[in-house]
Design a protein. Sequence first.
Length: 272
Amino acid sequence: MADPGFFTDADFESYRTLIYRESGIHFTSTNRSILESRLKERLREKNIDSVKTYFSSISSDQGELKNFLDSITTNLTRFFRNQAHFDALQNYVIPELLKIKQAAEKTIRIWSAGCSTGEEPYTIAMLLQEILPPPWKYEIIASDLSLKCLMSAKEGFYSDSRIVGVPEQYLKKYFDKVAGGYKIHQDIMSRIRFDYHNLNNESGLRNQDIVFCRNVIIYFDEAAQNAVINRFWNSMSAKSFLFIGHSESLFGMDTRFEFVKTQWATFYRKFT
């Protein structure tokens, strides 16, 4: 139940309008309590007792606005999350790209959008290390709205509980056991460029062969989803592939992506 003394309906409208404008994340009345809870935490950290005072702060201070947006995002992830996607990547998408790009530069470019604390791009990198034949190489750009998550991802350290799901052969080959957990090998870390990016804005990326953006657009409304998907289209090469979350769909959107169903998983492709 929302606390009317702390967070009035007018406050809620002001905050959710600003959040939507700056990030595309859409808060409805049903998830208002989530926003209120995250806001209370942020105000405690800043030692501010008024939501109006804090609203003035994030309206004028871009640095604090980034911190606030960081605090309201959900960062649930794990290694090899939704294994079916990685099976499809290995058995369908990569073989297709090797044929498509055979006469071109032998580099596969991947964008992990909404990468959280790095498990997804590191999973992709380990898989490509295993399956890409020489002289093929790959480049991975991993982006997120959360600076805190990006800093964690760049460290490449994961506690024992967070490497659950990593196959034993990958754990031995691509991780070092350290105090309290595991550290990703430097040669894998060096293959990934982590960068701050707000999906509400143009990325500047082009010619990406694969885009992973899973369980992100579910937080956007229809207009913001369309805008993000169209920006992905512009960032991708003429023949490329898009993975979104298993509970997400492009059905009904004004998009040129084609739906692909394989024996492993479903995803989308751009073929122009």
